[in-house]
Design a protein around this ligand. Structure first.
Ligand SMILES: C[S@@+](CC[C@H](N)C(=O)[O-])C[C@H]1O[C@@H](n2cnc3c(N)ncnc32)[C@H](O)[C@@H]1O
Length: 314
């Protein structure tokens, strides 16, 4: 990858604040070349990005693009693998993806575009301006599925409905948020993929202290913590994106449909009937809806323990 050509900071990762308009012409060309390669020359996505570069060059962060596109590739291949395994076990494929702590929302937009038959729900405390920019350009240049109004008709910002056959994705959600996502994925027997950032001391029973120069110690501790999370939640894989994009580059993947319970029998064998499951779900998942004063101008969605806490702020 051409990362070495882009502004870097001291720890050897991309400068966080570099925007597209800060790049020299050659760097802009390299970024476009990277996108061509990543999107397999799919013209609609490339045109969407060209339009973004033209309209929002002063806002688009270069790191955000590299990071999200690399994680998107991981999510796509993980979902494909999980769907194949689920099919071979007569289980349903993933029909809904929750991107928890979606932030700028590019990952949710790319997933919605890549999987038009799947509902994609972006969940965050606040809806950022960048989210609408991404939706706007992909809607403008993307090709809609027959019978749908726009190519992102399957994408919503927040949703209180927790569906069956879900996948939970959480990229750089901090501390407890990651663990809440994993607990929920386990309860829902869902496919999951997390890219942890901060994992504070105290989240695990094992205290990890690494002596080294600051960066090396931090990297080692992070890797160990990710390893412990992976073991605890019975991950199927730990992968990584290029460490030069972010030092929080470890990707932990799993499918809770195949988690083995403590008595070592696959939980799958005990799956209750759909009717029974939905009754249990209604009991387990309490959804709090707080409407302060409609009409609604802003949404706020917070992952709060086992329920989605959703408040609409007038
Ligand atoms: C570091 S950003 C990551 C954003 C994005 N996923 C990315 O990869 O750039 C963390 C995001 O988590 C959101 N967040 C923090 N706590 C949350 C919670 N309990 N529920 C939903 N979103 C939360 C913040 O608003 C913020 O957008």
């Amino acid at each position: 990858m051409c990362l070495a050509e882009f502004p870097m900071r001291q720890g050897g990762t991309l400068e966080v604040n570099t925007k597209y308009h800060d790049l020299a012409q050659e760097q802009q060309r390299l970024l476009k070349q990277y996108l061509e390669h990543s999107f397999n020359n799919e013209l609609d996505l490339l045109k969407s990005f060209d339009c973004l570069f033209e309209k929002h060059a002063g806002h688009l962060r270069v790191k955000e693009i590299f990071e999200t596109v690399e994680v998107w590739k991981k999510v796509v291949s993980h979902l494909q693998r999980c769907n194949e395994t689920r099919k071979s076990q007569n289980l349903e494929a993933v029909s809904r993806i929750y991107d928890i702590a979606s932030g700028h929302g590019l990952l949710a937009v790319l997933l919605a575009y890549r999987f038009p038959q799947v509902q994609v729900v972006a969940v965050d405390r606040e809806k950022r301006m960048g989210f609408d920019h991404y939706v706007e350009v992909v809607n403008e240049f993307g090709e809609a599925e027959p019978g749908t109004e726009s190519c992102l008709a399957n994408l919503s910002f927040v949703d209180v409905h927790t569906a069956e056959n879900a996948a939970f994705v959480c990229v750089h959600g901090c501390n407890e948020l990651n663990l809440d996502v994993l607990k929920r994925a386990l309860q829902k027997r869902a496919v999951w993929l997390v890219v942890p950032c901060c994992i504070r001391e105290g989240l695990s029973n094992i205290s990890v202290r690494c002596a080294a120069t600051r960066e090396e110690g931090d990297d080692t501790r992070h890797a160990l913590m990710c390893g412990m999370i992976a073991a605890q939640y019975q991950a199927s894989a730990i992968a990584s994106i290029d460490r030069r994009i972010t030092n929080r580059h470890l990707v932990i993947e799993g499918d809770a449909a195949f988690v083995v319970s403590p008595d070592h029998s696959p939980q799958n064998e005990h799956v209750p009937s759909a009717k029974k499951r939905s009754r249990w779900r209604a009991e387990i998942y309490r959804v709090h809806l707080i409407i302060i004063d409609p009409p609604v101008h802003a949404w706020q969605a917070v992952l709060d323990g086992p329920g989605l806490l959703v408040s609409c702020i007038a």
